[in-house]
Design a protein around this ligand. Sequence first.
Ligand SMILES: [Zn+2]
Length: 453
Amino acid sequence: MKLLVILFFSGLMTGCRGNSSYSVPPKLLLVSFDGFRADYLQNYEFPHLQNFIKEGVLVEHVKNVFITKTFPNHYSIVTGLYEESHGIVANSMYDVVTKKHFSDSNDKDPFWWNEAVPIWVTNQLQENRSSAAAMWPGTDVLIHNTTPSYFMNYSISVSFEERLNNITMWLSNSNPPVTFATLYWEEPDASGHKYGPEDKENMRRVLKEIDDLIGYLVQKLKMLGLWENLNVIITSDHGMTQCSENRSINLDLCINRSTYTLIDLTPVAAVLPKINITEVYDKLKNCSPHMNVYLKEDIPDRFYYQHNDRIQPIILVADEGWTIVLNKSLSKLGDHGYDNSLPSMHPFLAAHGPAFHKGYKHSTINIVDIYPMMCHILGLKPHPNNGTFSHTKCLLVDQWCINLPEAIGIVIGVLLVLTTLTCLIIIMQNRLSVPHPFSRLQLQEDDDDPLIG
Ligand SMILES: [Zn+2]
């Protein structure tokens, strides 16, 4: 009897352990194809990516943050913050206090990155977890004294295959296990700048190469047995729009170069005046009808681009497709960085894995919403951020969500049922309370009797 009891309880314990799949930490791979404009998905063929989406989710437009440039938006994805809050406010920056410069080739100083905590750092603070990165902006920098446990120093000459090989190796054989990994690729941004997004022939070729890389990624994850348990997000930082030689704004025609320092040029110029700010502003504000000129304090609230020392006293924002130049010819046919309300500036997001629904399409989220969603998937406590977790609930299998049309349908349905019930009750009550005509007649007869009598 004693033996039976011991066997029963040991069996129960084993059973409990066997079911505790929750003790295995979830894993997430975040992939960015730089400059993947949202509507490329509608205008070109992506057989591999479409297969990925068919078994997962698609967000057709991701509203990114202003300015719609590479470093700022990649940092917003992994921090959930607007640029004024995470401090990477452009690809080229200058800090007036420390006199430090930042550019895409001079980005290793933690000073620029330490205003926020990216998700790979938070992930590693959890017990028994590590992070890995293949060239995502900032992952080769000591941010809050931490790099991912596994990372590659940025080099444009390293192939996609080599980046992916490292990531899959780290995801397969690391201790503590890699639970968050990120992978970055420079295309289709580079070709978008070179040809412009309206060059269908060249873009078709470039985007087919991207789709082949996605096919290779999925195939490799399947081959290594990583596919079923891994959550994969494929997204981007911004879109791309067509530029033209005929749409350039030459600052040299409006203002003497000796009166200001140009920190960043186009399509959002950051101007640090050397003389009186108002004097520089007055010369620039009438320079072109295709450019908005803002004093820092007048930058529209919707840009969330004001409250940071690295934002310069005057910014110029070119209209879509216009390029700000300094008296020289245009070098690129495509560009981004413009107003983040322009659909051409938006990227997309697709995701696949155990955390995501299958075959679900969603119209839009904000780029800052990706961070709280990733924290939820990984079971991490998010740092304060500008994202809204509920915006991504419909993408996730463990969340209850109803979208707007469904909600309207339910409300109308409930109202119809309530109205019908109310009508029925009123009709029934009326029937019960109206006296039977014969009984009234009889009463009258009864009343009349004594009179007759
Ligand atoms: Zn980019």
